[in-house]
Design a protein around this ligand. Structure first.
Ligand code: PBG
Length: 342
């Protein structure tokens, strides 16, 4: 702003500065702050990730994610009811597969009666109005904890895509509304889109984990689904290098060309620059995943009394809106929605 030339006015008291612009004026009262506020977080922005475990009933605590539990299908149905009551649009499901069912070829991923397929059926039957998003990747099913098939020490791309396609079809048959491939294999979005269309699932959406980084912030999630202990090596031959930004745009462009309806950036807060660039460049529905490690950091600091956990939760989610995200996958979803309702 060019300074407005103003005559020296007789200030009310001699110590006042003759300022034309006082940005604080708009902040002087709550009503005014509300009036000039640029971004708002609502329940419509939330996707709630939940962990599913086998069992008749009950919940299981996750040490590294205080306040988050693994849910049996019965409890997952209750979560869907809770989401509906709180106007959370959608739930994303992640299974903790029984270790005895995990093998080299991820065969349990292709069992039409597996934990996820049964959970989807029950949840859609009980609460059809809540969107169900399923994770397509092999890590909950492989004995080595990788998202793809392993040959020697390599994660093989095209053979993995073949399994992912069949996994996606099973999810669609079970009633999933959105297929969300998180595996980062090349070409899987196009292959899944074609298979869905060829099998009458034209209306099933694809949310691509388009820019997913090889991140240290996934640790607590791997506890939750039980892959931390078994994971051999790391995921850097398929997940992205945290040093890169242009590459994220190329990944998003490919997934959109291949038919993705929505794209996601992951992790969240440390990658807000990517969220902003993706949204500005492509102007498509763009989501961010506030991952398990981000959740755990806020919870741990709050538990120690080092930060105000409630305020950090709200501020972190508003930051995603400011960066241009259309929605956020967050373990805080039910707590935030409850708070927004109040
Ligand atoms: C793997 C997958 C991961 C997450 C979602 N899907 C972890 C990984 O890539 O190892 C992480 C989510 C989180 O940390 O909250 N398919």
């Amino acid at each position: 702003l060019t300074p407005f030339p103003r005559p020296a006015i007789e200030a009310a008291n001699s110590s006042s500065l003759a300022l034309t612009h006082r940005p604080r004026r708009n902040r002087k009262a709550e009503w005014s702050r509300r009036l000039v506020r640029e971004n708002v977080l609502t329940a419509d922005d939330l996707i709630w990730p939940i962990f599913i475990i086998e069992g008749a009933s009950g919940r299981q605590a996750i040490g590294s994610m205080p306040g988050v539990e693994r849910l049996t299908i019965t409890e997952a149905v209750k979560a869907a009811e809770q989401a509906a009551a709180l106007r959370i649009p959608a739930i994303a499901l992640f299974p903790n597969t029984d270790p005895s069912l995990r093998d080299e070829s991820a065969s349990e991923a292709l069992n039409a009666r597996n934990l996820i397929c049964r959970a989807v059926r029950e949840m859609k039957r009980a609460v059809p109005e809540v969107g169900i998003i399923t994770d397509v990747a092999l890590d909950p099913y492989t004995s080595h904890g990788h998202d793809g098939l392993m040959v020697g020490d390599r994660i093989v791309n095209d053979e993995t895509v073949d399994v992912l396609v069949r996994q996606a079809l099973l999810h669609a048959e079970a009633g999933a509304d959105v297929i969300a491939p998180s595996d980062m294999m090349d070409g899987r979005v196009g292959a899944i889109r074609m298979a869905l269309d060829a099998n009458g699932f034209q209306d099933v959406q694809v949310m691509a984990y388009a820019a997913k980084y090889a991140s240290a912030f996934y640790g607590p999630f791997r506890d939750a689904i039980g892959t931390n202990a078994t994971l051999i090596g790391d995921k850097r031959t398929y997940q992205m290098d945290p040093a890169n930004t242009d590459e994220a745009l190329r990944e998003v462009a490919l997934d959109l060309e291949e038919g993705a309806d929505m794209v996601m950036v992951k992790p969240g807060l440390p990658y807000l620059d990517i969220v902003q660039r993706v949204k500005e460049t492509f102007a498509v529905p763009t989501f961010a995943y506030q991952v398990s490690g981000e959740y755990a950091m806020i919870e741990a600091a709050a538990a120690n009394g080092w930060i105000d956990g409630e305020r950090a939760m709200m501020e972190s989610l508003l930051a995603f809106k400011r960066a241009g995200a259309d929605g956020i996958l967050t373990y805080f979803a039910p707590r935030v929605a409850e708070k927004l309702k109040a």
